[in-house]
Design a protein around this ligand. Structure first.
Ligand code: HEC
Length: 111
């Protein structure tokens, strides 16, 4: 019986943390995703490459309540360029909504 209770307590703890992780910005998940998808080829954390640095983006839109939705569309469908420079952002049509949300939340949390 003792073993069973320990199992239930462990499961409850995991659920608690899972709930918290969902609400908070998940930097580790962002970095793993961005690495896998090649975002860092064009966006440094603090350095412009082909696109703006991620921190610049976070600062520019910090008070813009429509930024999260717009940014999600740009990541999914790409841009034509002209917002930050002449270069365009490629579309990531295959990224799931959860992954896009992780990315948008993280970028907008940067200052
Ligand atoms: C081939 C280079 C390239 C890659 C790869 C790339 N981007 Fe971009 N990104 C750009 C450029 C260039 C811009 C600026 C576009 C413009 O001015 O319209 C941009 C703009 C952005 C913006 C700002 C949009 C805005 O509203 O101003 C975000 C957010 C962004 N990229 C996120 C990402 C994420 C997340 C990834 C990986 C999934 C990624 N980018 C991969 C080149 C790239």
């Amino acid at each position: 019986m003792k073993v069973k209770w320990v199992g239930i307590a462990a499961a409850a703890t995991v659920l608690m943390f899972a709930g918290q992780a969902g609400a908070a910005v998940d930097a580790a998940a962002f970095k793993a995703l961005a690495k896998k998808k090649g975002c860092f080829n064009c966006h440094g954390m603090d350095k412009r490459i082909l696109g703006p640095s991620l921190r610049e983006i976070g600062r520019k839109y910090k008070d813009d309540t429509s930024a999260p939705d717009r940014m999600a569309v740009i990541i999914k469908k790409g841009s034509k360029g002209g917002v930050w420079g002449k270069d365009a952002m490629p579309a990531y049509a295959k990224l799931g909504d959860d992954d896009i949300e992780t990315m948008v939340e993280f970028v907008l949390s940067l200052r």
